[in-house]
Design a protein. Structure first.
Lengths: 272, 291
């Protein structure tokens, strides 16, 4: 299937233009001198200066980062457990319900998840703030982690685990020394996914946060509703830059890991 | 013992923070609005029996009487459906071209599709405000090349909502279709062509049916969240754009009518149960096929 027809080339090019031009425009116009974001008036970095002097944005960024780190870490632990249970747990009471609860949040509209969690928190009299956002984010992102990890668990060779058990390892030791290193890349990408989902979420955070905690998306939302602003363009550029660097680093790291694995295999083959 | 623990922890977490909240929503959808905090009367305060004897569905009846809600549900379905078809039309050719691209390009192409997904959703929607507004880049460009003489009004219309949904959900459509096409055995198409099928016919009779699962998964991944979408219609849509996610959000935060907001959510959930169950079946079928 290695023949690209002119039609294929055109659809790829148009598709990527469609995906990237809007972001490119944001980045270019963050360096615009003028307050009008659609008219170019010369190069300037003043909006970055104003953004960094804006305490409200910095506070919101700090809250967002805390929520994202804590919730994605708990979600990774819970999601990995859930994936292990789903793939290796065999049959147990309520398995269908369990897998339903793992898949449903993936597509559940955010307004429903947000509303239902808020009503729960109010119902049990819990003060809304950082903690409630963390609980909410952990709940939906653990499902994403579990899907990523379970697809890795399904494809790897189970006999490795069985060998460890036969050789006298306890199930936990076998998991720690055999399974975990093999699924580690999936666990890491699950964590990254949970982290970005948390950084990104507006709707669920709006429902579950209280007056004491404003996240960055909530802050962006309240200023974006008033129209386009060059400060938001500057903030977007910083976020796009961080994501791009992160994704490039991650892909380089995984490429290197793949090369190392290949080398190890070759060495093992030679030794044998 | 350890197995029980492993099952119980995520199970209990999801029960407490995913399933029970729905029960709470359902309960509040049956209660009455009150000027207090929280702004609804507790349904069960006099015990289960009194509650059952006084049970009424007035919030649901209210939803059927007010045109707004009917129209919002119908237009959400319509917008989600049209956007899903548009996303498929943009996404399929891209996924197809990616699957046919030389092997060494594919990781890069795949990364280019995934990268926007890691970038803030809110910012990607926001980017379109500057493009689609009357003085925006699209109009500047079209006026400059002379296709139009007066600016087009795109922002604050349903067209802008379609563009926004296609743009933000495109990776969700491309990825499952690509993974289905990537697994497809090229010799099957060659066989069809050898046996006298035209290229187009081979595509229609072999490639499309074999990528069916990818298409189904992609369509559900776009359709279901688009149905309850709130950010895109609020930022890009106009006052005429009715979508149920937006109505729910406003009912809750502006009107502070929690019982009605809950009733809106319950109905939306009922509408979504069918596609969610179908999506899950499709996923499980695929997972089993991969085993």
């Amino acid at each position: 299937m290695n023949r690209l027809s002119p039609f294929n080339v055109v659809s790829l090019t148009m598709g990527f233009v469609f995906l990237y031009v809007p972001m490119l425009i944001l980045v270019i116009f963050s360096f615009n001198e003028s307050k009008l974001v659609t008219v170019w008036a010369g190069f300037s970095t003043k909006w970055y200066g104003e953004l960094l002097a804006n305490d409200a944005f910095l506070d919101a960024a700090w809250v967002t980062l805390q929520v994202a780190v804590i919730s994605s870490t708990i979600a990774t632990v819970l999601g990995t457990m859930a994936a292990y249970v789903l793939v290796r747990g065999g049959r147990f009471f309520g398995r269908t319900l369990f897998s339903g609860m793992i898949y449903a949040p993936l597509v559940m509209p955010e307004v429903i998840t947000g509303l239902s969690l808020l009503l729960l928190f109010i119902g049990i009299g819990m003060d809304r703030g950082v903690l409630t956002i963390v609980l909410a984010h952990t709940t939906f992102s653990m499902c994403f982690v579990s899907v990523v990890v379970s697809s890795r668990l399904m494809t790897f060779d189970q006999s490795l685990e069985e060998a460890a058990l036969d050789l006298g390892a306890s199930p936990f030791t076998a998991f720690r020394l055999v399974t975990l290193p093999i699924i580690a890349p999936a666990v890491v990408s699950g964590w990254l996914l949970a982290f970005t989902l948390s950084l990104d979420d507006l709707v669920i955070a709006s429902f579950t946060s209280g007056p004491s905690a404003t996240t960055l998306p909530m802050k962006i939302w309240s200023s974006v509703r008033l129209g386009v602003s060059p400060e938001i363009n500057a903030l977007s550029t910083i976020l796009i830059g961080l994501v791009t660097i992160g994704v490039i680093c991650a892909s380089l790291a995984s490429k290197q890991a793949a090369l190392r694995a290949k080398r190890d295999e070759q060495q093992a083959a030679r030794a044998a | 013992m350890k197995r029980a623990f492993l099952i119980a922890v995520p199970y209990v977490w999801l029960l407490a923070l995913f399933l029970i909240p729905f029960a709470v929503v359902f309960k509040i959808s049956l209660s009455d609005i009150e000027l207090a905090i929280p702004p609804y009367t507790p349904t069960m305060k006099d015990g289960l029996w009194t509650m059952l004897s006084q049970l009424d569905f007035e919030n649901f009846i209210f939803l059927t009487q007010d045109d707004l809600y009917w129209k919002a549900y119908l237009s959400s379905l319509q917008i989600a459906l049209i956007s899903t078809v548009l996303t498929l039309m943009v996404g399929y050719p891209m996924a197809y071209a990616m699957a046919r691209a030389p092997e060494q390009w594919r990781p890069t192409l795949l990364m280019l599709v995934i990268l926007p997904f890691w970038t803030s959703f809110l910012i990607r929607v926001y980017a379109w405000i500057g493009i689609l507004s009357n003085e925006g880049f699209l109009n500047q460009f079209l006026l400059w090349i002379g296709i139009i003489d007066t600016p087009l009004t795109v922002l604050n219309t349903n067209t802008a909502v379609y563009i926004g949904i296609v743009y933000t959900y495109l990776p969700f459509m491309i990825l499952p279709i690509y993974s289905a096409l990537d697994r497809l055995d090229g010799s099957l198409i060659e066989a069809a062509e050898d046996l006298g099928c035209s290229r187009l016919k081979a595509f229609w009779l072999v490639t499309i049916p074999l990528s069916k699962n990818g298409i189904i998964a992609g369509c559900f991944l776009v359709f279901i969240p688009a149905l309850g979408e709130f950010v895109i219609p609020s930022l890009l849509g106009g006052s005429g754009t009715l979508m149920i996610g937006k109505v729910l959000f406003e009912e809750f935060f502006s009107n502070r009518d929690w019982p009605v907001a809950s009733a809106v959510a319950v109905i939306l959930l009922l509408i979504l149960i069918v596609p969610i169950v179908l999506f899950q079946r499709n996923e499980q079928k695929q997972a089993e096929a991969e085993k």
